[in-house]
Design a protein around this ligand. Structure first.
Ligand code: ZN
Length: 217
């Protein structure tokens, strides 16, 4: 089996125009690989991809070396990073034809990325229209709006659920009373709704016996 090594460049350029940091890519034939992201002021970042040899197990303790070209590996990585986010999914990673990306290649990537981001924002707008619930807006959609520099009512991050210090049940931010164990989490707010008697002074807080005195009046 004659390989085509002479025609195939041994190094191929994987280009990333997104500032997103991707988790390292794992492959049995090269281990772990970081796809670089552009630093501040950079329009793109380059990760050089090299040819690899994979060892294929044929059974009976026989193995065969399989050469995987740099281009195959780069295309595979680009597909993996770009894919999986729905129609037109593109996250800004592509394989350059040469060792440096051309202006045309970069412009094409920017157009595809913006198109995809606009699609995400449109989906979020629709969701917001229907539900007015920021929990239904995905991180991907928020990121798209931020990168496009758009102001959206759904753009703020939902507060993460906190934990009740008494029973460790997940509680929504700002609740006065834990619905699971009844612990008072915000005395002032609970008092406002008549759930507990308000404390009048700071001193009373350190002196629990004083609590009943002032409250009856
Ligand atoms: Zn609780």
């Amino acid at each position: 089996m004659q390989s085509d090594a002479t025609k195939d460049p041994t190094t191929v350029t994987l280009v990333n125009i997104s500032t997103e940091k991707w988790p390292p890519r794992q492959r049995t034939y090269f281990g772990s690989l970081d796809v670089r992201s552009p630093a501040a002021g950079e329009a793109y970042a380059i990760t050089a991809i090299h040819n690899c040899t994979a060892v294929m197990d044929l059974g009976d303790k026989r193995t065969m070396d399989i050469r995987i070209s740099a281009r195959e590996i780069a295309e595979d990585l680009a597909r993996e990073i770009n894919g999986d986010s729905g129609e037109g999914s593109f996250h800004g990673v592509f394989v350059a034809a040469g060792l440096e990306p051309t202006e045309a290649e970069l412009a094409d990537a920017r157009r595809r990325l913006e198109e995809f981001q606009r699609r995400l924002v449109a989906a979020a707008d629709l969701e917001w229209e229907r539900t007015k619930n920021p929990m239904f807006i995905t991180d991907l959609e928020r990121r798209a709006a931020r990168q496009l520099g758009l102001e959206k009512p759904w753009l703020y991050d939902p507060k993460p659920l906190a934990e009740c210090p008494v029973c460790a049940e997940k509680i929504k931010p700002g609740v006065a009373v834990c619905k699971s164990c009844g612990a008072i989490l915000d005395r002032e707010k609970a008092a406002q709704y008549g759930l507990v008697t308000p404390k009048r002074t700071r001193r009373e807080r350190s002196d629990a016996s004083a609590e009943t005195d002032g409250a009856g009046k």
